[in-house]
Design a protein around this ligand. Structure first.
Ligand code: A3P
Length: 316
């Protein structure tokens, strides 16, 4: 970036509201929270990205099962994902982060006008941007959006483990869960507030179910085959045989991915984060191992209040 643009960006960032978050600061831009290194690329992607009608865009708030979908969507879309020959599976050599580029973390991180002309269609992208900030062309073109979300209590616990592992690797003290919890409840969460993020996509998915496939981590855990079948139909790639669905579910399973060499020892070149941190327990209800009754009541109440009248809940 040219030095005048850097100066302008620093001046803009300095004027934004900020809050502490896992040893650094988050900045609020247009109602959503960002780490400073994601701000300029988010702004660039939001203004400049031109979607094509056959693009597929994976969207999520962080720690909601995105990595699972980053594995599943390319496996559904790529013809080799359904073959019997496991040796050709791209997941053997690539962490799921490498199979769907992130608009803000990868594509727009260096250049606000990247040349995407060499990308083969259908192109797959992902973003953590909230619905209102999505590039206009994503909203108006024929491209499909897949949104994955998760019970906020498990999302919070997963975030806490992930972020504290990431900052520990940089020698930063962990953020106590009690402080991180208060921050999450106030809506301070990178790419969030979490509840606003979910609601934006939920409401739009009700209006345009053919455009946005709204998925929940809990449904995926309960019936992975059923959910993957639904997703494949939504993406226009229905399965012909049950064995194909089973193959996709197995190839993308936590048990398998977690134990692959690449995912145990690789490092994300864009974020400098060990790939192993993206795979942890992967269960529904891990919050029960960390929450007091008071924390449960507080977050359930916030969720019930935020989602009231929307038709969305996480089953309490
Ligand atoms: P836990 O921390 O609860 O274990 P994200 O991918 O959005 O960052 O979300 C991370 C969460 O998804 C982590 O949850 C992680 O263990 C879980 N996860 C990652 N890959 C998965 C997979 N293939 N199947 C199920 N869960 C997965």
């Amino acid at each position: 970036m040219e030095s005048s643009s850097v100066d302008k960006l620093s001046a803009l960032i300095n004027e934004l509201p900020k809050q502490p978050w896992y040893g650094a600061d988050l900045y609020n831009w247009k109602g959503f929270w960002y780490r400073p290194h994601h701000l300029s690329s988010t702004m660039a992607a939001s203004s400049n990205f031109q979607a094509k009608d056959d693009d597929v865009i994976l969207t999520s708030s962080m720690k909601t099962g995105t990595t699972w979908m980053k594995a599943i969507i390319p496996t559904i879309m790529n013809p080799v994902g359904r073959t019997d020959d496991d040796s050709v599976d791209p997941l053997l050599k690539h962490h799921p982060n490498e199979l769907i580029p992130s608009l803000e973390i990868q594509v727009y991180s260096v250049n606000p006008h990247p040349d995407l002309s060499n990308m083969v269609s259908p192109r797959l992208f992902r973003t953590h941007m909230a619905y209102p900030l999505l590039p206009e062309s994503i909203k108006t073109s024929g491209c499909k959006i897949v949104y994955i979300t998760r019970d906020p209590k498990d999302t919070f616990v997963s975030t806490c483990h992930f972020m504290n592992s990431v900052i520990a690797a940089r020698g930063v003290e962990p953020w106590p869960m009690s402080e991180a919890f208060e921050s999450f409840c106030k809506g301070v969460h990178t790419f969030g507030p979490f509840h606003d993020h979910v609601l934006g996509y939920w409401k739009e998915s009700l209006k345009r179910p053919e455009k946005i496939c709204f998925m929940r981590y809990e449904d995926m855990k309960k019936d992975p085959k059923g959910e993957v079948k639904k997703l494949a139909c939504f993406l226009g790639r229905p399965f012909e045989k049950d064995q194909e669905v089973e193959k996709v579910v197995w190839r993308c399973s936590l048990e398998r991915l977690k134990n692959l060499e690449m995912n145990q020892h690789g490092v994300d070149p864009w974020l400098g984060i060990d790939y192993k941190h993206y795979f942890r327990r992967g269960i529904v209800g891990d919050w029960k191992n960390h929450f007091t009754d008071e924390m449960k009541e507080k977050l359930n109440q916030i969720t019930a209040m935020k989602f009231e009248g929307s038709g969305l809940d996480f089953g309490y």
